[in-house]
Design a protein around this ligand. Sequence first.
Ligand code: 4AZ
Length: 246
Amino acid sequence: ILGGLKVSPGSIPWQVSVQVRPQNSNLPFKHTCGGVLIESCWVLTAGHCIEPNKDMEVAMGGLSLNMDEPTEQILRVEEAIRHENYRETPSAVYNDIGLLRLNGTNGVCAIETQFVKTACLPDAQLPDGIECKISGWGVTEEFQYGSNHLLSANVLLINQEKCMEPVVYGAVLDNTMFCAGHLQGGVDSCQGDSGGPLTCKQNGTSVVYGIVSWGDQCGMKNKPGVYTRVTTFLDWIKSKTQAASP
Ligand code: 4AZ
């Protein structure tokens, strides 16, 4: 996160750190992406965060990547599902969404506490210009390898036509994505934040409106962050999470 501030305990309780290691190795798990807890046993993330032949786990309820915190819950990923139409081109990533099914018993995986809670899904499009929140442990202006402490920043939803202008992203952008940030640059998501939440208030409740997906570098003028438009994928999310959970 560029232009962000340290998050205080319990203020983004659905934030997840998605961690990986080579399959069947005993190497430590390393933070690779963000994610969002949407059900006790389900984490929403970006499709490009799902790497084949890797063991995955998720850490939630903590703010620091380099300390063991008593509020933290760490769970193994049983199944990683990438969208069937996920596609990467040199200029954009399409259908950049995935789901992680967590290991648990009797349909309980993450336990709800003050520090771990599920996020609500949106049920409608939100207006241009409203302020939303991004968060993650990714690259900052100060730390090229990411931040050890969870950071967050406020960004504005940018009009789709504006973001499809040639000086911004042009026609590589489609309606399954949207832009958010500040066209003058500075405040943005960056590498390592991918898969994490962009939440907005809908009727007073925070909803996961976007998933950090891609962008041309970070914090540059006229190159805002691009987010997977979660409202496009509500039926997909429902079909996967209702089919496999007990
Ligand atoms: C990345 O490389 C990445 N500024 C994530 C977000 C943005 C750019 C790149 C948005 O994962």
